[in-house]
Design a protein around this ligand. Structure first.
Ligand SMILES: [Zn+2]
Length: 281
């Protein structure tokens, strides 16, 4: 199960930025709830928890403590900007840390997808020393979705359709970064010959195509970049064996072994060797 902790900025006694009849805390909560709904209803194996579900005061420390104790895989803090400007920007922690390349990679997917979905002006991929980015022990980023004090952005933020696009951008970006699988219900899954039928839940056996296993995370990330250049999305799986940790690059997770074999053939043509790991969840 992929654990995604989504943090709607501000809340309760802290309204965040206020302008044009909007309070940041209310807009961020609406977006976060939409993220949860879209991610859990459209993708397999994803669980979303929010730092708050209502208009409540939650300290920054409580937010990061919650995510850390849950053992979240990804932390996303949702905000609305203010201070004169227009458009979208995002942040990762500006320090040096072991998962920084992966953090930036995931952020880029999410950032680009939000810009694409919303049509917001792209203000850039930034870094900052924010509590929620610094004190989280997992991949973490923060999004600033339009300017509440800009009349044009604010009028868009009043429309449910834009909030839906913002949320969808967050979800589709994360889905691409981690290689989430779309729920198969509803037909058009894209991939051929899935043997539908019983037990449409996310549990069961998966055939995962492992394209490299590394002791060093940065080597695994390097492999991911090579795969990306060759047109393959992948995600990292942390695998512990006899007390040692390995970072395995997974290029597809399939319910049908034949589909995993097809992926292996496609990888082989581009020069990547792989093996199949049978994964039960
Ligand atoms: Zn804020």
């Amino acid at each position: 199960m992929f654990k995604w902790f989504v943090d709607p900025g501000h809340g309760g006694r802290d309204p965040g930025a206020v302008a044009n009849g909007l309070q940041e805390k209310n807009v961020t909560l609406k977006i976060a709830k939409k993220i949860k709904k879209i991610a859990e209803s459209e993708f397999d194996g994803v669980e979303v928890r929010l730092s708050r579900y209502a208009d409540e005061t939650v300290s920054l420390k409580e937010r990061t403590d919650q995510a850390n104790s849950w053992g979240a895989d990804l932390f996303t803090s949702v905000h609305i900007n203010a201070g004169g400007g227009t458009g979208f920007e995002s942040f990762i922690y500006n320090g040096n840390y072991s998962g920084k390349a992966q953090t930036d990679r995931v952020r880029s997917f999410v950032h680009d997808e939000i810009v694409k979905q919303t049509g917001f002006r792209d203000r850039g991929k930034k870094q900052a020393n924010f509590h929620v980015l610094r004190e989280t022990r997992m991949t973490a980023h923060l999004t600033e979705n339009g300017f509440i004090d800009n009349a044009s952005d604010a009028s868009k933020l009043k429309s449910d359709a834009l909030l839906e696009k913002i949320a969808r951008g967050h979800v589709l970006g994360a889905a691409r970064a981690y290689g989430w699988k779309k729920k198969s219900s509803g037909g058009s899954s894209g991939s051929s010959g899935s043997g539908s039928g019983s037990g449409s839940s996310s549990s069961g056996t998966y055939y995962r195509v492992v394209t490299g296993s590394f002791k060093n995370r940065s080597n695994a990330e390097k492999r991911q970049q090579e795969l990306k250049k060759a047109g393959f999305e992948s995600f990292l799986d942390v695998y512990k064996h006899k007390g040692e940790t390995f970072y395995r690059v997974i290029t597809g997770s399939f319910k049908e072994r034949t589909n995993a074999n097809k992926r292996q053939e496609a990888l082989q043509k581009k020069g990547f060797t792989s093996f199949i790991d049978v994964f039960k969840k």
